[in-house]
Design a protein around this ligand. Sequence first.
Ligand SMILES: Cc1cc2nc3c(=O)[nH]c(=O)nc-3n(C[C@H](O)[C@H](O)[C@H](O)COP(=O)(O)OP(=O)(O)OC[C@H]3O[C@@H](n4cnc5c(N)ncnc54)[C@H](O)[C@@H]3O)c2cc1C
Length: 408
Amino acid sequence: MANKNKVHKAIDIVIIGGGIAGLWTLARLRQTGYQAILLEADHLGCIQSCASQGIIHGGTKYALTGKLTHSAQSIQKMPQRWKACLEGKGEVNLQQAKKLSKHQYLWSNKSLASKITGFFASKVMTSRMQHLQKGSYVAPFNQTDFSGELYQLDEPVLDIQSVIETIREQFSDFIFQGDVKELISVSDEQKSYQYQITFSDQKEMLFAKNLILTAGAGNENLLRSLNFNQPKMQRRPLLMPMLKAKESILPKMYAHCLGVSSLPRMTITAHQLPDNQTVWYLGGEIAEKGVGRSIEHQIQAAKKELQNLMPWMDFSQCQWAALAVDRAEPEMSDGGRPVEPAVFSQNQVITAWPVKLAMAPIMVDKIIDELEVLGVVRNSLPLDVKEVKSLSQAQTSPLPWEKVQNWL
Ligand SMILES: Cc1cc2nc3c(=O)[nH]c(=O)nc-3n(C[C@H](O)[C@H](O)[C@H](O)COP(=O)(O)OP(=O)(O)OC[C@H]3O[C@@H](n4cnc5c(N)ncnc54)[C@H](O)[C@@H]3O)c2cc1C
């Protein structure tokens, strides 16, 4: 236990959690002169960020019911903002990050397409998507057997591991591996807040004037250790099937399949294994509805669904796996999906969830606004290494398909 009245040498800002939220925050804060460091319990991006599909949504997915919802509007500028970063002209330099595809696509079977073609052709949607003619179809839709419609969305798909690695490389002096166990308020006599940070291995103890909690699902325990009742968090689980094979069997593809609800029936992104095999990673309805099934049952369901959606393809040579992962977000009264990033501030502790990886830039705008309200000074003094003497640097996580031990 720290002495309550003693003033400790404290770091201005400690960010806890090194997924996209924490890393984007660190990059923006260091570039704008704040003295900030980041602590990551395990590997950078190891929970949600590296498990994401890497789609930089512009909101088309949220307009699939034929209505332009509030979510679709708040996310519209994200592809442009990320593209500027990829070109080295944005707020975070992502020039070294890899793009998996310039576009996400959207396909539908004939009957569904006819229902919303009018909406897709409307002015508000044509800025987000382009209806493709048969001659310009991409694989695996460039087949005579495919009789639906194909749209090209203005939404890139990124290799998120490379996004994380490129931010890590630029700010590695300020990124440390440390599993934060407890946060204890140790206010000084002037009543300004100061926090003691303890780690599960008990090797080190740090002090911070301001905390930013970007630990995804880990925010829940951190808030509990501070005795904060708010904000509350919710988890929305997914069971994501994946299949792998040679590229001649599984071509690289990035597409949502239009369903009858606001959720795509399936969202497919393709990734590459170190042995050059392709992995298809399946999100959307199949991953939401699969929660509660055994891995084997989910694989059976995914096989059936894929064969229904792409009857012209042969998946018999593929090997399968599935990943259970929770989305961690601020609690919504109806348990539904929040539409915007959430940033809460209390006693110099900022808690944030981006809700979507694509929306991390908006989340960090809100954090910077909050630091200004709090009057945190921009003070880019070099970090005193004595403060973090026994912590090692955190490394980037492998991708989920690289961690699978038993493909079925
Ligand atoms: C399957 C799936 C697919 C998705 N696809 C997309 C997509 O295509 N596009 C999109 O925009 N969004 C997508 N999302 C959403 C997106 O991945 C998340 O919104 C985003 O990655 C959340 O980032 P984060 O940094 O808040 O959390 P995380 O990536 O979970 O990072 C939190 C980090 O905090 C660390 N941590 C936890 N506790 C502690 C502690 N006590 N001390 C220190 N560190 C701690 C963890 O180890 C972890 O590295 C997807 C999500 C999932 C689950």
